[in-house]
Design a protein around this ligand. Structure first.
Ligand SMILES: Cc1cc2nc3c(=O)[nH]c(=O)nc-3n(C[C@H](O)[C@H](O)[C@H](O)COP(=O)(O)OP(=O)(O)OC[C@H]3O[C@@H](n4cnc5c(N)ncnc54)[C@H](O)[C@@H]3O)c2cc1C
Ligand code: SF4
Ligand code: SF4
Ligand code: SF4
Length: 355
């Protein structure tokens, strides 16, 4: 490293004011003097800055070099065949076997099943995303230590939560030593930054053992989301599950669809930062999970690392999941690759036009 490091002021001008902050919480998690707070998702300097450079260096939206990160994480860059969804070693359709998991889960329950196995095996905590108690679908990071706490957080929330603050809390407040973390692609990128490079945060890095990334096309601004629901006369406290599937945005209550519109109807709710994000399949997780590419009731799991492979196979051996290999040329994967390509292309165009 030569010269002075970039600090919070640089984050402000290069990321936050440009609208590319994804509200992951990484900057706040790594600041050694706890001077960064998130105010409605936006980082603010709330104390003294000692100009250490940790926040800038660990921000996924600041200077993220995909090829360099691939080399560091996987020991190679992606091949031509991996161009759309990134480095991986296998792709599977996965379904949890236990009804106590599938009844809570968004899709096949692969995420919750693998995390459940992690908790009962090598790990002492998992960082997931739960909901506030006010019934307004406001997500928050949760450090789960039991199966119940984990399953209470199953299911998709389509607004964002600062997962990296949960990771910091798991390590510093809960004193967890071996944790798994679930998050969106941008959050996986934040975690990888925390793990690599000369500004890596050792405490967090040592504790994070497994990264489970989700497929993600977008998240909504929470205030706009609530306003939309109000106008559509949907009381969020009545909704058990939201779904985005086959181009539709759906709200369910007791299995019944109480709201069902074309996705284009909710486009206005998307956070601006998501337009500049080109990662659909969580390219830097150990395991990436989505619904696209598998039949209803199953999850598609992309295995990227040995750790990810071990977590999946251990869960299978323990009888928690059934898994079926999806061949690389299976046509079920074509929409996943197409969407990943489109997201990357749209983000590059958006960034070019807004620069
Ligand atoms: C914002 C968002 C957009 C998505 N978009 C797509 C898409 O376009 N196409 C697609 O195929 N899949 C998408 N997914 C993934 C999909 O919705 C499921 O999460 C995935 O299939 C795993 O299902 P499961 O039954 O295995 O997970 P579950 O067992 O239900 O576990 C889901 C886990 O995700 C965590 N989680 C929920 N919401 C969030 C959040 N906002 N941030 C971080 N973690 C969260 C929960 O805490 C839980 O641990 C999206 C997910 C999110 C969060
Ligand atoms: S002390 Fe370091 S991490 Fe905290 S705001 Fe300043 S530069 Fe960022
Ligand atoms: S680290 Fe995350 S929360 Fe902080 S500025 Fe970067 S994107 Fe935003
Ligand atoms: S679209 Fe990108 S920036 Fe937005 S929540 Fe998903 S991964 Fe994060």
């Amino acid at each position: 490293m030569s010269g002075r490091p970039k600090i919070f002021g640089h984050l402000m001008t290069e990321v936050i004011r440009k609208g590319t902050c994804v509200s992951c919480g990484s900057c706040a998690a790594v600041c050694p003097v706890n001077s960064i707070e998130l105010d409605a998702g936006t980082p603010k300097l709330a104390g003294l800055c000692v100009a250490c450079g940790m926040c800038y260096a660990n921000c996924p939206s600041a200077e993220f070099d995909v090829e360099a990160m691939e080399t560091q994480v996987y020991g190679r860059t992606r091949s031509k065949e991996e161009a759309d969804i990134g480095v991986h070693t296998g792709i599977y359709a996965v379904r949890a076997k236990d009804e106590s998991i599938t009844e809570h889960a968004q899709d096949g329950g692969a995420v919750s099943a693998v995390l459940s196995q992690f908790l009962s095996g090598v790990g002492d905590g998992v960082v997931v995303t739960g909901l506030d108690s006010e019934g307004v679908w406001a997500p928050k990071p949760v450090v789960a230590s039991t199966e119940k706490e984990l399953l209470d957080c199953a299911g998709t929330k389509y607004t964002s939560s600062p997962t990296l603050i949960g990771v910091d809390s798991a390590v510093t407040e809960y004193q967890k030593e071996k944790i798994a973390v679930v998050g969106t692609p941008c959050q996986m990128r934040g975690l990888r930054k925390v793990e690599t490079g000369e500004f890596a945060e050792a405490k967090i890095n040592d504790a994070v053992d497994l990264k489970v990334g989700l497929f993600c096309m977008e998240t909504f601004n929470h205030a706009s989301f609530l306003e939309y629901l109000e106008n559509a006369e949907v009381d969020p406290s009545d909704v058990d599950k939201f779904e985005i599937k086959n181009g539709r945005f759906i709200a369910l209550q007791g299995g019944e669809r109480i709201h069902n519109v074309r996705l284009s109807k909710v486009k206005e709710l998307i956070r601006p930062c998501c337009h500049s994000c080109g990662d659909f399949t969580s390219e830097f997780a150990d395991l990436s999970v989505g619904n696209m590419g598998s039949p209803d009731g199953w999850s598609t799991v992309v295995v990227r690392t040995e750790k990810g492979d071990k977590a999946l196979k251990t869960s299978e051996k323990a009888g928690l999941i059934e898994i079926k290999l999806i061949a690389e040329d299976d046509e079920a994967l074509a929409p996943v690759k197409k969407l990943a390509r489109k997201k990357r292309k749209d983000a590059a165009k958006y960034l070019k036009e807004s620069s």
